[in-house]
Ligand binder design. Structure first.
Ligand code: 5AD
Length: 366
C-alpha cells in the first residue's frame, strides 16, 4: 500500500500534498484499504455501537439563500411550516418513550423563533426528558446567543461549514453570506463548550479536489467533535437544479478519511447518503460512520423539509421504524445504541449507557 495511506493510518495526520494525492484518482485497492482501516479504528474507539439521534426539523423558514438548498428564502415553491413549542415537545416525548436520549432540533435560520424562545424550548425539553442531550442546528448567531443557549442546557451544535475554500464558498452562496462569519461561529461554539459539529457536501457544484483538501485540512486544525458529510443532491427549485449529484462512492471514501484523521469523531451516515444509495447508511457504517439520525418530525412536516429532491423520510429513516433500522445496522455488524453517545472527550455523568438494545413493546431494557 502507498506510503501516504500508511502514514495516515499510523499517525492520523496528512499534509495538503498527501491529501491531494489520496483524493486524486484513488485506486480500488486504496479505497478498500482506507475503508477497512477506518472501520477497524471506529471499532477500536467506539466498539460496534451506533448512536441514534432523534431529528426534529422544526421550521423550514430560512432567511438565507444558499444556492443549493431547497428551503432557501427565494424558493417560492417551498411550503413553509413552523412547529409549535407543544408539537416539538411532543416529538421529543415520543422519541424519549422509544428510548432515545439525544434530540437534534434542526431548522432554517428562522427569525420567527427568538433566541429566548429557543432557550425556553430547550429548558422545557430538558425538564420533560431527564438525562437527554439536546443538539441545536439552527445556523449562525452571535456569541451572546450561543452563550444563552449553552446556559439553557444545549449540549451540542451542528453547523456545517459547507466548504473551507473562500472561492468555492462564493460559488455556493450569495454575497451577503460570509465564510469568515461561519468559521467565527464555529470557533465561538467550541469556546463555549459545545460539542461542535461542522461538515460539507461532497460533489457540490464547482467543488474541486483542492477544495476537499482544504476541508480536510480545516477538520485537522479545528478538531470538531462531530462531522456531517453527505453527497450534494440537486433540488428542482434551486439555481443548482441541473447540476449532477455527488457520488456515494466518493462520500464513503471521504467518510473513511475523516474517521482516520479524527479517530474519536462522531460521524453520521447522513440521510443524503441514504437517499442516494439504497444501502447508503449501511455502507457508511462500514466506512467509519457511527451515528444515525432518524426523523422524529410529524409526518406532515417531513415532506416539506425538502433540502433536496427525493429526500428520504420514511422506512428506516423514520423513528417509528427503529426496529427496521436496528436490523439494518445489525446486518453490517453494528449494535444500535440508544444512550446519549457523547464524544469520548466530553465530561458528563451520562456517559455510561443504560441500555444497548431496542426492544419493541417495552421501549428498552436496562
Ligand atoms: N444536497 C445535499 N445536502 C444539502 N444540504 C442543503 N442542501 C443540500 C442539497 N441540495 C445540507 C447542507 C446543510 C444541511 C442542513 O443540509 O450541508 O448544512
Amino acid at each position: 500500500m502507498n506510503g501516504t495511506a500508511k502514514k495516515l493510518v499510523a499517525t492520523h495526520r496528512a499534509t495538503e500534498e498527501e491529501l491531494f494525492s489520496l483524493l486524486t484518482d484513488p485506486s480500488e485497492e486504496l479505497r478498500r484499504y482506507l475503508q477497512e482501516e477506518a472501520l477497524a479504528l471506529k471499532r477500536k474507539v467506539y466498539g460496534d455501537d451506533v448512536y441514534i439521534r432523534g431529528l426534529v426539523e422544526f421550521t423550514n423558514y430560512c432567511k438565507n439563500d444558499c444556492y443549493y438548498c431547497g428551503i432557501r428564502c427565494s424558493n417560492r415553491q417551498a411550503q413553509r411550516y413552523r412547529l409549535t413549542e407543544r408539537e416539538i415537545l411532543d416529538c421529543c416525548r415520543e422519541g424519549y418513550d422509544l428510548g432515545l436520549r439525544t434530540f437534534v432540533l434542526q431548522g432554517g435560520e428562522d427569525p420567527g423563533f427568538s433566541p429566548e424562545g429557543i432557550a425556553c424550548l430547550v429548558s422545557a425539553i430538558k425538564e420533560q426528558c431527564p438525562g437527554c442531550a439536546v443538539t441545536l442546528s439552527v445556523g449562525e448567531y452571535s456569541r451572546e446567543v450561543y452563550a444563552l443557549w449553552r446556559q439553557a442546557g444545549v449540549d451540542r451544535y451542528l453547523l456545517r461549514h459547507e466548504t473551507a475554500a473562500p472561492d468555492h464558498y462564493r460559488i455556493l452562496h450569495p454575497q451577503r453570506q460570509s465564510l469568515d462569519r461561519r468559521l467565527q461561529c464555529l470557533q465561538d461554539l467550541k469556546d463555549l463548550g459545545y460539542q461542535t459539529g461542522c461538515g460539507f457536501m461532497v460533489g457540490s457544484p464547482g467543488q474541486k479536489t483542492e477544495h476537499l483538501v482544504k476541508d480536510l485540512m480545516f477538520l485537522q486544525r479545528f478538531e470538531p467533535h462531530m462531522v456531517g458529510i453527505g453527497p450534494f443532491i440537486p433540488q428542482r427549485d434551486t439555481p443548482f437544479a441541473a447540476y449532477p449529484a455527488g457520488t456515494a462512492e466518493q462520500t464513503l471514501y471521504l467518510l473513511s478519511i475523516v474517521r482516520l484523521l479524527l479517530p474519536q469523531v462522531l460521524l453520521p451516515a447522513t440521510t443524503a447518503l441514504g437517499t442516494l444509495h439504497p444501502r447508503g447508511r449501511e455502507l457508511g457504517m462500514l466506512s467509519g460512520a457511527n451515528v444515525c439520525m432518524p426523523n422524529l418530525s410529524p409526518k406532515s412536516a417531513r415532506k416539506k423539509y425538502n433540502l433536496y429532491d427525493n429526500k428520504l423520510s420514511d422506512g428506516a429513516e423514520a423513528v417509528e421504524s427503529l426496529k427496521a433500522l436496528q436490523q439494518r445496522l445489525e446486518s453490517v455488524g453494528c449494535r444500535m445504541s440508544l444512550c446519549r453517545g457523547d464524544h469520548v472527550h466530553t465530561n458528563t455523568s451520562y456517559n455510561h449507557c443504560i441500555k444497548n438494545s431496542y426492544q419493541k413493546g417495552n421501549g428498552y431494557h436496562v
